[in-house]
Write a protein that binds this ligand. Structure first.
Ligand code: GDP
Length: 368
C-alpha cells in the first residue's frame, strides 16, 4: 500500500521546536492568587461585621479535623464568645416527613418579619452513614434560602454524634457574634441527636403528625419529655379533625409526665406548614415561653447548665478519644475481652488492668 506514513520521508509525526511564547502584553491579566489565609483577628473582624462569606469560612474551620484548623477555630470562638448569647435558640425535631423543612421555611420567614437575622443549623445523625448531610440543605428551604437575612448551614458530616454536636454548638457562637438573633437547630427525631440538640437550645419544638392512627406510637417517651412544645403539622383539609384529636391525646399524655425543670407546662398546637395556617399560634407559644423563662430566670440558669454540660462533654470526649485511639490499648482490650468472655477474669479487674496500662503509657509519655 502506498500510504504516506510508510514513506521514510514522512515527517508528519515529528515535533518541531516551535516558537517561544511571547511575553504577556496585557497588564490587566488577572493572576489567580491563592486566597490568603485569614488570621484569627481577620475571622473575628469579618464575623462581627456580619460578613457571611467569612462566617461560612469560619464554620468550615470549626468543622475541620486538622489540628492547625482546630487551634485557629478555638481562638476565633473564644474571641467571639463575648459577643454571643444574644439570641433565641430553638431546636426543631420530628420524624422524616413530619414537615420540618416545609415548616422551617415558613417559621423562618415568620420570625424575620420583625427584622433581625436567622441561622438554620442542623444535627444529622445519618450523615455518618451517608457521608453527606440531608438536613439544613438549602434546597429544602426554598424561600428562606433566598432571604438575605438567613444563613443556612447543613449538618457537619464527619465524626461522632458528640463531635458533630460540639461543632454545631460552636457554630451557634459564631452565628450569634455575627448578629444572628434567631437560631434554629434541626434534627431528625429518631435517635440520640435530640438529647444533643436539647442541650444547646432554649426551646425544644417537637413536630408531630396526626392521622397515623395510634398517635403516641413510635414517639420515644424521652423525646416527648424533652419537648417544650408540640406542634401538630398538616392540620389542613380533611386532616384538621384528626389533628385536633391528636392534640387532645398529646395534652393528656403530657399531663402524665413529671413537671419540667422550668415549671413551664408544654403546650400542644396544631398548624399547617404547607398552607401556612396557624403558624402564628406556634410562634405565640414560643414567644410566651421566652417571656416566661426570662421572667423566672430559668433562661440564664439553663444556659449556664448547658455551658457546664458542654465543658464536661468535651472532657469526656477527649478522654475517650485519647484512650481508644491507642493501638496498644485497643490490642490489650481485645485480649482482655477474650479472657472476660472465657470467664478467666472478671470485667472489673480486666477494666482496671487496661486503665492501669493507659496510665502507665501516659506516665511514660510525660517522663520518657
Ligand atoms: P421533613 O422530612 O420533616 O423535612 O418533611 P418535609 O418538609 O420535607 O415534608 C414532607 C412532605 O410533607 C412534603 O411532601 C411536604 O410537601 C408535605 N407537607 C409538609 N407540611 C405540610 C402541611 O402542612 N400540610 C400538608 N398537607 N403537607 C405538608
Amino acid at each position: 500500500m502506498n500510504h504516506p506514513e510508510n514513506d521514510k520521508e514522512y515527517k508528519g509525526l515529528q515535533v518541531n521546536s516551535g516558537v517561544t511564547s511571547q511575553p504577556c502584553v496585557n497588564p490587566y491579566r488577572r493572576v489567580r492568587a491563592r486566597r490568603p489565609s485569614l488570621t484569627a483577628s481577620d475571622y473575628v473582624e469579618g464575623i462581627l461585621k456580619g460578613n457571611v462569606s467569612v462566617l461560612g469560612q469560619a464554620v468550615t474551620l470549626v468543622e475541620s479535623t486538622a489540628d492547625a484548623h482546630r487551634q485557629l477555630a478555638q481562638e476565633v470562638i473564644e474571641k467571639c464568645l463575648p459577643y454571643s448569647g444574644n439570641s433565641r435558640r430553638i431546636g426543631i425535631t420530628g420524624v422524616p416527613g413530619a414537615g420540618k423543612s416545609t415548616s422551617i421555611d415558613v417559621f423562618g420567614l415568620h420570625v424575620l418579619r420583625d427584622g433581625g437575622k436567622l441561622a438554620v443549623l442542623a444535627i444529622d445523625p445519618s450523615s455518618e452513614r451517608t457521608q453527606g448531610s440531608i438536613l439544613g440543605d438549602k434546597t429544602r428551604m426554598e424561600k428562606l434560602s433566598q432571604h438575605p437575612s438567613a444563613f443556612i448551614r447543613p449538618s457537619p458530616s464527619a465524626g461522632s454524634l458528640g463531635g458533630v454536636a460540639r461543632k454545631t454548638r460552636e457554630t451557634i457562637v459564631l452565628c450569634e457574634a455575627a448578629g444572628y438573633n434567631n437560631i434554629f437547630v434541626e434534627t431528625v427525631g429518631v435517635g440520640q441527636s435530640e438529647t444533643a440538640v436539647h442541650s444547646m437550645v432554649d426551646f425544644f419544638l417537637l413536630i408531630q403528625l396526626a392521622g397515623t392512627g395510634d398517635e403516641l406510637q413510635g414517639i420515644k417517651r424521652g423525646i416527648m419529655e424533652m419537648a417544650d412544645g408540640i406542634a401538630i403539622n398538616k392540620a389542613d383539609g380533611d386532616n384538621i379533625e384528626r389533628a385536633n384529636l391528636a392534640a387532645a391525646q398529646f395534652r393528656n399524655a403530657l399531663h402524665l409526665f413529671p413537671p419540667t425543670p422550668s415549671k413551664w407546662v408544654p403546650e400542644v398546637v396544631t398548624y399547617s406548614g404547607y398552607f401556612e395556617l396557624n403558624v402564628d399560634k406556634v410562634w405565640d407559644m414560643i414567644d410566651r415561653y421566652f417571656d416566661y423563662v426570662r421572667k423566672t430566670g430559668y433562661f440564664e440558669q439553663k444556659r449556664n447548665e448547658q455551658a457546664k454540660y458542654w465543658m464536661l462533654e468535651t472532657i469526656n470526649e477527649q478522654l475517650r478519644n485519647d484512650f481508644y485511639r491507642r493501638p496498644e490499648i485497643r490490642a490489650l482490650l481485645e485480649r482482655k475481652e477474650a479472657r472476660v468472655l472465657n470467664n478467666e477474669q472478671s470485667s472489673f479487674t480486666a477494666a482496671h488492668d487496661v486503665l492501669d496500662r493507659y496510665y502507665s503509657l501516659l506516665r511514660e509519655e510525660t517522663h520518657p
